[in-house]
Design a protein around this ligand. Structure first.
Ligand code: 2P0
Length: 334
């Protein structure tokens, strides 16, 4: 059997959920309690290089020029161990990753990081995976990464099987289907936020209406897909904003409560609702953080971005588009 000697590089985009993943049926495999829908962000993401190396005694990873911490390495090994098991290789790997996503600002860098890692590692170890298998591999590192491999408008099927093989994301509409602009209104959190992994476990075990939240997600996903199919912003706004606010309600109702919002977060919520009342085609969503992401029709992007930038406490407004999924950048003999 030939041993792998390939070095592979991949880029994967970050993604923003339109209906959220907030609750797991299996914490080890990152299997969700509900399906979710997302959009990929064009150039905000992670670039990762994987180099299998016969001389390494363990996997080594550097992220943004810093060695990855132990908690991160546990998740990285979870992905690499599966790749090694399937490829038959015992070689460890050296990994280097660069993020173009501002870390810990409510924009998930773990989604792009694990999607890029899975894509590059599968190539480096010579695995030919289907898109569904690649998505499920990325999911095992971080749940939301399953949606970043798919790109565009993606649907993550929650799946039924215990091994997670039917819990993967696929692209349901290409980015060109509805070329919305994505505005990220960055709000400084002021302190390190509670991780999504811990936050969703806390909500699951202590928020009184957590089961109702999961049932809401099951209803919101088809409604969201329908709004996307018809490119109907008013319908999309109802589902997307309602879903994000309901997720935050589970955080606020947990013990201890999680309040990710800052005053500027609430300021943007009101601004977007006001802009829509005045005719702008836009809607907002918020992840487990204080920043707000706004989807807007191209013709309204400039005035909406200007209005967001004028909200007290907004650090900056990052403008991007909906982009493709994970892709290989290069691969070759070491
Ligand atoms: C989402 N989030 O659907 C939701 C909304 C945050 C809020 O997916 O534990 O970092 O690694 O599977 O993927 C963030 O959760 O959590 C996330 P793990 P992940 O985008």
């Amino acid at each position: 059997m030939s041993l792998p000697t390939r070095r592979a590089a991949a880029f994967a985009p970050s993604n923003i959920a339109l209906t959220k993943y907030w609750g797991k049926r299996d914490a080890r495999l990152n299997l969700p309690l509900a399906p979710s829908v997302s959009v990929a962000l064009a150039e905000l993401g992670s670039l990762t290089i994987v180099q299998p190396d016969a001389d390494l005694a363990e996997d080594v990873m550097v992220v943004d020029d810093q060695p990855l911490d132990d908690a991160g390495m546990v998740k990285v090994r979870r992905v690499l161990d599966q790749v090694r098991q399937r490829s038959g290789s015992r070689w460890f790997a050296g990994l280097r990753s660069v993020n173009t996503v501002p870390p810990a600002r409510g924009l998930a860098s773990s989604a792009s990081a694990f999607a890029a890692l899975a894509t590059a590692a599968a190539e480096a170890y010579g695995l030919a995976l289907t898109p569904a298998e690649l998505s499920a591999l990325a999911r095992s590192g971080s749940g939301s990464a399953s949606r970043s491999t798919a790109g565009g408008f993606a649907l993550w099927h929650k799946g039924e099987r215990d091994d997670g093989s039917d819990s993967f994301a696929e692209q349901v509409f290409a980015p060109e289907h509805w070329p919305l602009r994505v505005l990220v209104a960055r709000v400084e959190a002021g302190r390190k936020a509670v991780s999504s992994t811990r936050g969703m476990a806390l909500a699951d075990t202590s928020a009184p209406f957590f089961r109702a939240w999961i049932e809401q997600c099951d209803r919101d996903v088809p409604a969201c897909l329908d709004a996307l199919a018809h490119k109907h912003m008013r319908s999309l706004a109802e589902v997307v904003e309602g879903n994000a606010l309901a997720m935050h309600a589970t955080m606020l109702a947990g013990r201890p409560p999680l309040v990710y919002w800052q005053p500027a977060t609430v300021g943007v919520i009101h601004t977007v609702r006001q802009l829509r009342a005045e005719g702008a085609e836009c809607c907002f969503t918020i992840d487990a953080g204080s920043s707000v992401v706004v989807l807007v029709e191209p013709q309204d992007a400039r005035p909406v971005a200007d209005a967001l930038a004028a909200v007290d406490g907004i650090e900056e407004v990052i403008q991007t588009r909906i982009g493709a999924g994970a892709r290989l950048l290069s691969s070759g003999e070491a």
